[in-house]
Design a protein around this ligand. Structure first.
Ligand SMILES: [Zn+2]
Ligand SMILES: [Zn+2]
Length: 184
């Protein structure tokens, strides 16, 4: 449960003051908020302080305030195949009911702190669920050369270290020799 310690000036803390408590009252908000720290998995996450665009709807219901929203956030990470830095973005949806009273709420439910609620945990949970465990810089990233570790996207076309098969060895003299693969 949310402890009673929300800072009204914290960026992700939203006041429900204008909403009132009459069920059915609604309010929409568009917010641009700085991304909280430490949202991510191994290879990708939300850069701290990046602009997160939120469209949320606050709705007074019997037990509390229902928040429904979407958030668009930039992502930064590392390609799981070639280890290059990559950037992308994601859009997530979330919904959270903030209870007026702890008596109505279960252990894991969110509570209003007076008229304040904190959007950060709902956003955090929603984003982490969508993050890929193996992000790639492009769908056809061919990764690194297993022999020398060169990033294949940066290498000469046909980069390779094939050992010439004995059957082909006699043909070797027939093709001009160029581009030994050590050069890149
Ligand atoms: Zn890659
Ligand atoms: Zn190589």
């Amino acid at each position: 449960m949310t402890p009673h310690s929300l800072d009204p000036r914290a960026p992700w803390v939203v006041s429900t003051h204008d909403l009132g408590r009459r069920p059915g009252t609604m309010r929409r908000m568009h917010l641009t908020l700085p991304a909280p720290a430490d949202i991510g998995v191994d290879m990708i996450g939300v850069p701290r302080g990046a602009d997160v665009e939120l469209d949320i709807r606050l709705e007074a219901v019997m037990e509390g305030v229902l928040v429904t929203g979407t958030a668009q956030t930039p992502l930064r990470g590392e390609c799981a195949r070639c280890l290059e830095e990559l950037t992308s973005e994601t859009e997530v949806s979330f919904q959270e009911l903030f209870f007026y009273s702890a008596e109505d709420a279960a252990e894991d439910d969110s509570l209003l702190d007076g008229e304040l609620l904190d959007l950060e945990p709902a956003f955090r949970d929603a984003v982490v669920l969508t993050l890929p465990l193996s992000p790639v810089c492009s769908d056809d990233c061919s990764g690194l050369c297993s022999e020398c570790g060169t990033r294949l996207a940066d290498a000469e076309p046909g980069h390779g270290h094939e050992v010439i098969d004995a059957r082909w060895a006699k043909l070797q003299g027939l093709v001009p020799e160029h581009n030994n693969d050590q050069e890149s």
